[in-house]
Design a protein around this ligand. Structure first.
Ligand SMILES: NC(=O)c1ccc[n+]([C@@H]2O[C@H](COP(=O)([O-])OP(=O)(O)OC[C@H]3O[C@@H](n4cnc5c(N)ncnc54)[C@H](O)[C@@H]3O)[C@@H](O)[C@H]2O)c1
Length: 444
C-alpha cells in the first residue's frame, strides 16, 4: 500500500510508477471505476456514472460505512468497500477513479491515483493551493493519465457555442465580466456548534489528513467544511471556480495579471471562517476586468436577468444562466459626444434615434448534461483523447480563485505572473501558494 511516511516514499513512488497498471481497453470492455468519497457530490456523480455506457463500479471508498452500503446497493454488483483509499488504488482491476472528497484531500489522492496507473475524474476545485495544482498537472502529464474534473459546464453544448461566439468577437470587446454567488444565510448560517470530542478519533484523523489538526467541530466535516480555510477556499473556490472557468473559456485567456479582494464576516452569526460578503476583482489581458460578487447576507438578484454570469461587450451583453445564454445587443451611435449648448438641444431629437444595434439578439439552450460529462471521461479513457475539463484547464481556473483568496487574506493588490505562478509585487504573499502538510503526509 502507498505509504504516507517520508522515509518510505521515494522507494515506493519509484516502485508504484514502474508497476502502475493500465489495461488496454477494447470497444466493448467495461471500464471499471473506483469511487472515493461518496457524500453529497460523490453519491450524485456515482449515480451519473451508473447511467453511462460500458462501465461498472469496481470498488467504493468512504469514511462512512452507510454511504458505502448505499453505493453498493445502487451499483448492484457487490464491489469491495474500503475506508482507506490506498487499498482501493492497490486493487489491480480498477481502471479509473472518481475522487469527490473535500478539497484538501484532492492533491494527495489524485497524485497517488496517477502513480497507481488509474485515470482520474476529480471534483472541483482542483486543489487547496496553487503549488498542489501544478504538481497534479505535472504528475498527470508524466504518467500519461486521462483526467476530467467536475467542471461539468465544459460539456454543455450551449456554453461551447456561447464561448465560441464571445471569443470570435460576437459581442465586441468584453470590458467587464461579472459572476455572482448570492444567497441569504443571515441570521444563523451554519450555526455555531461547540468544539467537542470527535465521535470517532480515527475517522476524524483520516478526515483531517494533511490539514492541521484542530479540535473537532461538526461544522468542519460533512458539507460544511466549505466554510473553513483548512479544507476549502470557501464560496470563491466552490462556486467561483465554475464561473471563472466559463469566463476564461469565453475570453480565451489563461491567467489574470492582477487581483484584489475585499469583504468579511459582516453579519452572519455562525462559526464560519470565510466571508459572508466579498467582492473580488481580477485584471485580465483584453483588457477585461473580471468580478466575483459573493453576497451571502442578501438574496436580491445581481443583475437584471438574475444570471450567474454576465459578459459586457461593446456590442452586446451575454447573460449566462444554468442551461441557456442570451445576448442583449447594445445600441450605439458613432457620433462623438460633445458638450451640448442650449442651441444644440434644439437638434437633439436626431441624437437618440441615430443609435442602432450592431448585432442581433441571440439565445442558446442545452440540457444540463452532467451524465454526458461523465461519459466524456469514459470515452476519453478508451481513445486517450483530452477530456472537456482536463486537469490543466481546471488548474488555471482554480488558481485564479486561489490567488484571489490570498489577496483577500493579505488585504493586497497582487500582480501575478501566470507562467511562473508567482506574485511579482509581494514576496510575502507567495508563501500562501503552498502549506506544510501535517506529518506524515507528503505530496510525492
Ligand atoms: N462539480 C460540482 O458541481 C460539485 C458540487 C458539489 C460538490 N463538489 C465537490 O465535491 C467535493 C466533496 O464535496 P461534498 O459536498 O460531496 O462533501 P461531503 O462532505 O458531503 O462528502 C465528502 C465525503 O468524503 C469522505 N471523505 C473525507 N475524507 C476522506 C478520506 N480520507 N477517505 C475517504 N473518504 C473521505 C467523507 O466521508 C464524505 O462522505 C468537494 O471538493 C466539492 O467542492 C462539486
Amino acid at each position: 500500500m502507498i505509504p504516507f511516511t517520508r522515509r518510505d516514499f521515494a522507494r515506493r513512488t519509484a516502485l508504484v510508477s514502474a508497476l502502475s497498471y493500465s489495461r488496454i481497453l477494447g470497444a466493448n470492455d467495461r471500464i471499471r471505476v473506483g469511487h472515493i468519497g461518496l457524500g453529497n457530490q460523490g453519491a450524485t456523480v456515482h449515480s451519473q456514472f451508473l447511467e453511462c455506457r460500458n462501465q461498472q463500479t469496481a470498488a467504493v471508498c468512504d469514511l462512512q460505512d452507510d454511504y458505502m452500503d448505499l453505493a453498493v446497493r445502487k451499483a448492484g454488483n457487490s464491489p469491495p468497500k474500503y475506508q482507506d483509499y490506498r487499498k482501493l488504488l492497490d486493487q489491480k482491476d480498477v481502471d479509473a477513479v472518481v475522487i469527490a472528497t473535500p478539497d484538501h484531500w484532492h492533491a494527495l489522492m489524485f497524485v497517488h491515483a496517477c502513480l497507481a496507473g488509474k485515470d482520474v475524474y476529480i471534483e472541483k476545485p482542483l486543489s487547496l493551493t496553487v503549488v498542489e495544482g501544478r504538481k497534479m498537472v505535472e504528475t498527470a502529464e508524466r504518467t500519461s493519465r486521462v483526467t476530467q474534473s467536475g467542471i461539468y459546464r465544459r460539456s454543455q453544448t450551449f456554453l461551447k457555442e456561447a464561448a465560441g461566439f464571445v471569443r470570435s468577437g460576437g459581442i465586441g470587446h468584453v470590458t467587464v465580466a461579472k459572476s455572482y454567488h448570492i444567497m441569504n444565510d443571515w441570521p444563523n448560517g451554519i450555526g455555531r456548534p461547540p468544539d467537542s470530542a470527535p465521535p470517532d478519533a480515527k475517522k476524524w484523523d483520516q478526515w483531517v489528513g494533511p490539514a492541521p489538526m484542530r479540535p473537532y467541530n461538526p461544522n468542519r466535516t460533512f458539507y460544511n467544511f466549505r466554510w473553513f480555510y483548512d479544507y476549502s477556499g470557501g464560496q470563491l473556490t466552490n462556486f467561483g471556480v465554475h464561473h471563472m472557468d466559463v469566463i476564461r473559456w469565453c475570453l480565451g485567456q489563461d491567467s489574470p495579471r492582477a487581483v484584489t479582494a475585499m469583504g468579511g464576516r459582516y453579519t452572519v452569526g455562525d462559526n464560519r471562517e470565510i466571508p459572508d460578503t466579498m467582492e473580488v476583482l481580477w485584471q485580465f489581458d483584453g483588457p477585461t476586468m473580471v468580478v466575483f460578487s459573493q453576497y451571502n447576507a442578501n438574496a436580491s438578484p445581481g443583475n437584471i436577468q438574475n444570471a450567474e454570469i454576465e459578459l459586457r461587450g461593446t456590442k452586446g451583453t451575454m447573460f449566462i444562466h444554468g442551461t441557456r445564454s442570451e445576448v442583449v445587443p447594445e445600441k450605439v451611435t458613432e457620433m462623438v459626444k460633445f458638450a451640448r449648448s442650449p442651441l444644440d438641444r434644439q437638434t437633439e431629437r436626431a441624437y437618440g434615434p441615430s443609435k442602432k444595434a450592431l448585432i442581433a439578439a441571440k439565445t442558446a439552450h442545452s440540457t444540463d448534461d452532467r451524465i454526458g460529462h461523465c461519459q466524456n471521461f469514459l470515452d476519453c479513457i478508451r481513445s486517450r483523447a483530452k477530456c472537456n475539463a482536463d486537469v490543466l484547464s481546471t488548474h488555471l481556473s482554480t488558481s485564479a480563485t486561489l490567488i484571489a483568496n490570498i489577496a483577500y487574506r493579505t488585504r493586497s493588490y497582487l500582480e501575478w505572473d501566470g507562467k511562473a505562478e508567482r506574485f511579482t509585487n509581494n514576496a510575502a504573499a507567495n508563501q500562501y501558494l503552498s502549506y506544510n502538510y501535517r506529518e506524515p503526509y507528503r505530496l510525492p
